[in-house]
Design a protein. Structure first.
Length: 550
């Protein structure tokens, strides 16, 4: 209960601060520039950090949703740091020994009691194996999983209420978003899954010798312990100028962009958090990538649609971008297609004309426009935009002279060729042949059945979804008013006829039953009039608002 009160106080404190002003309640388009009167983003981040692990992770994920959070809050959340004191090394040793089934002395020749790093979920220590190899041991802190489950249960209750009671909730579906966040956290808590991510990324990026993924030692890994090769080097945002002069960083930046685009569009995995803290330039001149706990998997069909979106955006084809986004998104009740098409076309034209927006900004702006038009995009689109934006920021630190846009455009051509080559594999060709065989076998019979129904005038078509449309909703409202009007007329007519029937019960000097029917008819009639007036006023206000947007 105390935890629920702490969370509720945070929500109430920032309910009017603009944290969710990325979705304007009046339907106005969200802007990239700072909005006025939106509270203190720095204090918001501080309050999130004070609530612990769950809310630090929540802040990191919120920084990937510019359609929900205004720009100044996104910038503050991206700078969020986990200021956590290390826990005693004895507790770390106990977890290692419990999970790996042996004492630390038997597992490692040297175990450094001083942590290399400490976050809210894990603590990292350096160790040396008996064969002399240096490793990093990432150990999950005790009670973290239980605390996360408890906090998520509280947040789910608040999200469910917001979905039913607020327009923001109905637009974004906070419950669905929180479920995605929960899945991400569960994956991040499973270090066996992170070890598998390291292995896969290492295999996928082998064709880029400039990139290095430290590999896990699977015999020394468990759900709470991850042992991998030790990464040494300097952060990409702290490279000395002398080293930049002696050692060009441009090849590393190009390889990073190319490798990540391959990873996303060829292999279907998005590492949405390639920030400078997860990248090191090693002493031998390679770029080390680690901390791969948060990886999203993109299904093949969605991957193909996202690639088409990026291709069309690079070529300046705004209508095609809009059509592809509509195809992978969910249309909400107040979806405004005309506005969405117009705003998306203008933004893509602006991007193609002067290039002031980067690819990451373009994708995130597409998400903003869609959300403002009541079109709910898949979360993978936001992750793609965030990953591209992070890559651009890293490349700016690593090699400011790198033409990121040019590298992306060139690599997209390579990605398309790689996807085409993959589609021509033996397994894919066999699958396509089987589908063609099925079509040739079943197709003629289906055509014959349709022609037979046509000749007998028995062909019927069923239209689904009409019962959920706004047209059906308005028809039902009209039908309800007509029915209520008929009932009102019947009540008034019945009361007038019964006024002449003598009765011992009187009300205002008239027969009581007749008077009750009369009053009931008057009440229903007045309610119909009031409802019609309010409905007409809302309709006119909505029409004026739409004209104002145009």
């Amino acid at each position: 209960m105390n935890r629920r009160q702490q969370i509720l106080r945070l929500l109430l404190r920032y309910r009017n601060s603009g944290v969710f002003s990325g979705i304007q309640l009046d339907g106005a388009m969200p802007r990239l520039e700072k909005s006025a009167g939106t509270g203190d983003p720095t204090q918001f981040v501080t309050d999130l950090e004070a609530l612990g692990t769950t809310f630090v992770k929540l802040g990191q994920v919120l920084s990937t949703r510019p359609d929900m959070i205004p720009p100044e809050y996104v910038a503050a959340l991206e700078r969020m740091q986990e200021k956590v004191a290390p826990i005693p090394v004895e507790r770390i040793r106990a977890i290692i020994e419990e999970d790996l089934g042996a004492t630390v002395g038997k597992l490692f020749a040297v175990f450094d009691p001083e942590p290399l790093g400490c976050a809210s979920i894990a603590q990292v220590h350096r160790a040396v194996l008996h064969d002399g190899r240096e490793v990093a041991i990432k150990v999950q802190k005790p009670e973290v999983a239980a605390q996360l489950r408890s906090d998520l249960a509280v947040l789910r209750s608040f999200a469910s209420a917001a979905d039913h009671l607020t327009r923001v909730g109905r637009r974004v579906k906070l419950s669905d978003w929180l479920n995605e966040f929960s899945k991400t956290l569960r994956m991040e808590l499973d270090y066996e899954a992170e070890a598998a991510n390291l292995t896969r990324f290492g295999q996928h990026l082998k064709r880029y010798p400039e990139l290095w993924i430290p590999q896990p030692l699977r015999d020394l890994c468990s759900r709470r312990v991850l042992t991998m090769q030790l990464v040494t080097g300097v952060r990409v945002d702290a490279i000395p100028e002398v080293r930049r002069i002696e050692e060009p960083m441009l090849p590393l930046g190009e390889a990073l962009v190319r490798g990540y685009l391959d990873q996303i569009f060829v292999h279907g995995e998005i590492h949405a958090d390639p920030h400078p803290g997860n990248l090191r330039v090693t002493p031998d001149g390679r770029l080390a990538i680690f901390d791969l706990g948060m990886v999203a998997h993109v299904p093949p069909r969605l991957r193909e649609r996202l690639l088409k979106v990026l291709f069309a955006a690079v070529d300046g084809r705004g209508e095609e971008v809009a059509d592809e986004i509509i195809g992978i998104s969910t249309r909400l009740e107040d979806y405004d297609e005309e506005r969405y098409l117009r705003e998306t076309g203008q933004m893509i034209a602006r991007y193609a004309a002067n290039g002031t927006l980067s690819e990451g900004h373009v994708v995130l702006e597409i998400v903003r426009i869609a959300t403002a038009s009541d079109l709910r995009t898949p979360p993978e689109l936001s992750l793609l935009g965030k990953a591209l934006l992070n890559l651009e920021n890293v490349c700016q630190c690593l090699a400011p002279e790198l033409d990121t846009r040019g590298v992306i455009e060139q690599q997209l051509q390579h990605v398309m060729r790689a996807r085409l080559k993959k589609s021509l594999s033996a397994a894919n060709l066999a699958s396509e042949a089987m589908e063609l065989q099925q079509l040739l076998r079943v197709g003629p019979r289906r055509v014959s059945d349709i022609l037979g129904l046509l000749s007998e005038n028995r062909l019927q078509m069923k239209v689904t979804g009409l019962e959920e449309s706004r047209l059906m909703e308005n028809i039902q409202k009209v039908a309800n008013r007509v029915a209520a009007g008929i009932i009102t007329a019947a009540l008034l007519l019945s009361s007038a006829l019964m006024m002449r029937v003598e009765s011992s019960l009187k009300l205002f000097g008239y027969p009581a039953f007749a008077m009750l029917l009369f009053l009931l008819g008057v009440f229903i009639g007045l309610s119909i009039i009031v409802s019609a007036l309010l409905f007409d006023r809302r309709t006119r206000a909505r029409a004026r608002e739409e004209r104002g947007h145009r």
